[in-house]
Design a protein around this ligand. Sequence first.
Ligand SMILES: O=P(O)(O)O[C@H]1[C@H](O)[C@@H](O)[C@H](O)[C@H](O)[C@@H]1O
Ligand SMILES: [Mg+2]
Ligand SMILES: [Mg+2]
Length: 290
Amino acid sequence: MSDWTDCLDFGVSIAKQASETVLAAFLLQKEVQLKSSPADLVTETDQRVERILISAIRARFPLHRFIGEESVAAGEPCVLTDEPTWIIDPIDGTVNFVHRFPFVAISIAFTVNKQTEFGIVYSCVEDKLFHAQRGRGAFLNGEKLQASGQEDVSKCVVVTEIGAERDDLALSTMTSNILRLLQLPVHGVRALGTAAVDMCHVATGGADAYYHIGMHCWDIAASAIIVQEAGGVVMDTDGSDFDMMSRRVIAASSTSVANSIAQVVQAFPCRRDDEDPTRCVCGAAGVKGV
Ligand SMILES: O=P(O)(O)O[C@H]1[C@H](O)[C@@H](O)[C@H](O)[C@H](O)[C@@H]1O
Ligand SMILES: [Mg+2]
Ligand SMILES: [Mg+2]
């Protein structure tokens, strides 16, 4: 049975190569386009990095499939099959990238039979390479990672993201979630602006939990296995099993902390990543396809 290490090694090498494109543009003025909201940005660099990654992988592994953030934005389907699949976020933290806020990451996950075999999150400006391979542990620049193991939510630093949604229901849900957490209380709430790196800090033990509603599979598919391989727990915000297409996640140091967060965090309606956007009505006022 393949252990996919050759794919992992190739993924690490192209993430580092592609980061040169991110860093070359990081301090430059950027042309910005909007996607689903005034806070959901994309630049030509996001699109170019995704093309670089996918063409390099396709040349080496021509039968593999892809789910890429900017390919999906351009109309490609977001459907996970049993085939070997690379799930790519070329720049996680595009708002940070546009503003030169130094937390931007390339996130690459690899699945076979819908099971994640490895995840790579490369925080380019920090030069921090997080990776994990199923059953073989999680690492930061080669050093093994261990989640904090914290069991008491009142002793936790919790990371989250406010996301790109700007409708009243999403904003009131997200802000009331933060208020309810602070009232538990928790030691602190943080947000770096990149879901992938946020979640990797649970694997380092520097944070004890992460939760998010509204992110996409490409934001968290790689960091989910990194947390799990560091001894953390990943689940849906309703306490059910993690489903990378659901657009809801809790990653935590322990099951008890994850369950405590699931009890106070409420979700707002989001279309699943793998739902046909032409056939769904959801969101605050049943806004089509958000
Ligand atoms: O669009 P990119 O790839 O930058 O991903 C970010 C999302 O856009 C945010 O909504 C979300 O809140 C996270 O910040 C996520 O990292
Ligand atoms: Mg992202
Ligand atoms: Mg992105």
